[in-house]
Design a protein around this ligand. Structure first.
Ligand code: NAP
Length: 493
C-alpha cells in the first residue's frame, strides 16, 4: 500500500490535498503537527475525517521525534485522543506516549519509533518492547548512514509477527522504501509531489509508481540494482525497470549508493539480489570481492555487470562489447571491418580501457592520447599499443577517432577534444559522451564528411547486454532507446 502524508498548514488546504492524494494513495496520513494553531488542528481533524474517501492515519509528531508539533505534550496527546474518539481509522502514537492514550475499538493504533540519527543495532529489542503494548501495527523508522543499514530493516520485516511499517530515511534509505513489500512491510510513504515530503528521502508517488512499479512488488520479485557513488542521477533504474515491465518480468531495479564496496558485497549476499550494474568508482575495486570474473573483463581489469547464479557472483564487462558493436555498425554501413584499422583513443580512463582491449582483440593499431601522460603510458603497456601526449592530438592521423573524455558533455556542450583540422573526410568518429547525443565533436565531424557513432549507441548496447545476461531474454532495445531519449530531452536547459 502507498500512504501519502498531507503536510498542509490549514484545514482547507488539507482537505483539497486529501482529495488529490486519494486518487493515487491507498491510505492518507494527516500530519496534524504541520497545522500551526491548536484550534485549527482540532478543526482540521474533525473536518478531514468527515470528508475522507480513503482510510486515514492521524499523526501529531512532536519535535523530539522529527515532527513539527512544539506545544505541550498534554495538548499534543489531547489531539490524538480526539482523533481516536472520532473513530480515525488509524492513529500513530509514539512508543513513549502509548500509556497515556485511551484506546477504542473503532480506531487502530500504530505504535511508532523514529530515529533521525541512525539505524540502531538493537532493532529487535525495540520491536519486542513495542509489541508488549499490543499494537495493531508497529512502525519503526530509522536513518540510514550506510546502504547496509537497510539490511537490518529487511531482516526485521522478515521476522515481524505483527503488521509492520519499517524503512530507513535519507537518500541511503531509498531502497527500503521501494522494496518494503518484498520483505513483508505493510506500506510505504510517498509525497504527493516534490517539496511536500514529510521526512528525508521520501520519494514521490509518481516515482514509486511510474519508475519502480511499486504495487507489482511482492515476495517473489527479483532484485537488481546499480552500485555506484553517486547514483542518484543514473538513468539505469528508469531503463531497466521499463524493460522488465515491457517483458512482463517480476523484477525491480534500484539505485545503490555504495561507499565501501567490500562491506556492501558481503552484506548484500544475504538478500537475493540477482544482478547488479556497476559504475564509477567501483568498476575496478569490486573485482576482489567477486567469485568469478569473465575472461575479457579480467583482461580489462574492470567490470560493469554482476550476475548472481547459485549464490556465486560473476563479473562481466559489457562496455567493451557495447563500444565494439557500435563501431562495427558504423563501419558496416560501408561494408568495412575493424581489422588493421589505425585508431586514436583520447582519454585513458575506464571507458578507454574497455574500448582499447576490445579493439586490440579485433587486430587494430591503437594510439592512446591522455592529459595525464603516465595514465596513457600505463594503459598502452597493458593493452600493448602506442601512446602519445595530449598536445599531439593536433597532428593525429587515423581511420577512427574515439573520444572517451567528458569534454563536450552537458553543460559544456561547446567544447570539443580535437581541432576541426584533424577530422578528415571518410574518417569514423565515435564519441562516448551521450549527453548531448550530438556533441560538438560529432557535429564538426559530420560537417567535414566523417562517419559518426554517438555515445548513446554504446550506452544502450551495454544496458541491453546486461539485460540479456540477467534474464536470458532478448532486450527491448527500441524501448530502451526511447526511454533514454525522453530523459535526455528533459535534461536540456
Ligand atoms: P574516467 O575513468 O574518469 O576517465 C576520464 C578520462 O577523461 C581520463 O582519461 C581523464 O584524463 C580524461 N579527462 C577528463 N577531463 C578532461 C579534460 N578536461 N581534458 C582532458 N582530458 C580529460 O571516466 P570514464 O568512465 O572513462 O568515462 C569517460 C567519459 O565516457 C564520460 O563522459 C562518460 O560519460 C563516458 N562514458 C560513456 C559510456 C557510454 O555507454 N556511452 C560508458 C562509459 C563512459 P586524466 O587521466 O588526465 O584525468
Amino acid at each position: 500500500m502507498i500512504c501519502i502524508p498531507i503536510t498542509a498548514r490549514s484545514t482547507e488546504d488539507t482537505i483539497s490535498e486529501m482529495s488529490l492524494a486519494s486518487k493515487c494513495a491507498d491510505i492518507i496520513e494527516l500530519r496534524i503537527d504541520y497545522i500551526p494553531e491548536l484550534q485549527d488542528a482540532e478543526r482540521c481533524i474533525e473536518e478531514s475525517l468527515k470528508s475522507k474517501t480513503k482510510p486515514v492515519i492521524v499523526t501529531n509528531r512532536p519535535e523530539r521525534e522529527g515532527g513539527k508539533f512544539n506545544g505541550s505534550e498534554q495538548d499534543r496527546l489531547r489531539l490524538l485522543q480526539k482523533a481516536i474518539d472520532l473513530g480515525a481509522d488509524y492513529v500513530d502514537v509514539e512508543y513513549d506516549s502509548i500509556k497515556q492514550i485511551v484506546r477504542r475499538k473503532n480506531s487502530k493504533v500504530i505504535i511508532s519509533y523514529h530515529n533521525f540519527k541512525e539505524t540502531p543495532q538493537n532493532l529487535s529489542k525495540i520491536y519486542s518492547d513495542i509489541c508488549q503494548h499490543k499494537p495493531d501495527i508497529v512502525k519503526i523508522v530509522t536513518y540510514a548512514n550506510d546502504i547496509t543499514d537497510n539490511i537490518r530493516i529487511f531482516e526485521l520485516l522478515n521476522t515481524a509477527n505483527v503488521p509492520t511499517i519499517s524503512f530507513c530515511m535519507g537518500e541511503l534509505g531509498h531502497i527500503s522504501r521501494i522494496l518494503t513489500r518484498k520483505f513483508g512491510g505493510l506500506l510505504t510513504f510517498a509525497s504527493l509531489e516534490r517539496g511536500k515530503e514529510s521526512a528525508p528521502g521520501q520519494l514521490t508517488v509518481d516515482e514509486l509508481s511510474k519508475i519502480y512499479h511499486f504495487k507489482n512488488i511482492n515476495k517473489e520479485t527479483k532484485l537488481y540494482g546499480i552500485i555506484g557513488n553517486p547514483v542518484s542521477h543514473s538513468m539505469s533504474p528508469v531503463i531497466h525497470n521499463a524493460s522488465f515491465m515491457e517483458k512482463g518480468l517480476n523484477n525491480v531495479y534500484v539505485p545503490l549508493k555504495v561507499s565501501n564496496i567490500g562491506t556492501f558485497i558481503k552484506e548484500y549476499r544475504k538478500i537475493d539480489f540477482q544482478g547488479f550494474s556497476v559504475t564509477i568508482p567501483h568498476k575496478e575495486s569490486v573485482l576482489p570481492f567477486l567469485d568469478n570474473i569473465e575472461h575479457t573483463a579480467k583482461e580489462i581489469g574492470a567490470i560493469n555487470t554482476i550476475v548472481r547464479q547459485d549464490g556465486k557472483l560473476t563479473g562481466y564487462n559489457t562496455d567493451c562489447m557495447a563500444a565494439i558493436t557500435g563501431l562495427e555498425c558504423g563501419l558496416g554501413k560501408n561494408g568495412d571491418t575493424l581489422n588493421n584499422k589505425k585508431i586514436s583513443i583520447i582519454g585513458a580512463g575506464g571507458a578507454a580501457r574497455a574500448i582499447a582491449f576490445g579493439l586490440k582483440e579485433k587486430g587494430c593499431d591503437i594510439t592512446i592520447y591522455n592529459r595525464t601522460i603516465e595514465r596513457a603510458e600505463k594503459l598502452s603497456n597493458d593493452v600493448k599499443c602506442r601512446f602519445g601526449r595530449f598536445e599531439e592530438i593536433n597532428k593525429l592521423d587515423s581511420d577512427i577517432l574515439i573520444n572517451t573524455t567528458p569534454i563536450g558533455m552537458f553543460p559544456k556542450t561547446d567544447e570539443t577534444p580535437v581541432p576541426e583540422k584533424v577530422l578528415k573526410e571518410g574518417m569514423l568518429v565515435f564519441d562516448a559522451v551521450y549527453n548531448p547525443i550530438e556533441t560538438k565533436l560529432l557535429q564538426d565531424a559530420r560537417e567535414r564528411g566523417c562517419h559518426t557513432v554517438n555515445g548513446l549507441t554504446m550506452f544502450i548496447n551495454q544496458a541491453a547486454e546486461q539485460f540479456r545476461l540477467w534474464t536470458n531474454i532478448d532486450p527491448p532495445v527500441e524501448l530502451m532507446n526511447d526511454v533514454v531519449m525522453k530523459m535526455l530531452s528533459r535534461l536540456k536547459p
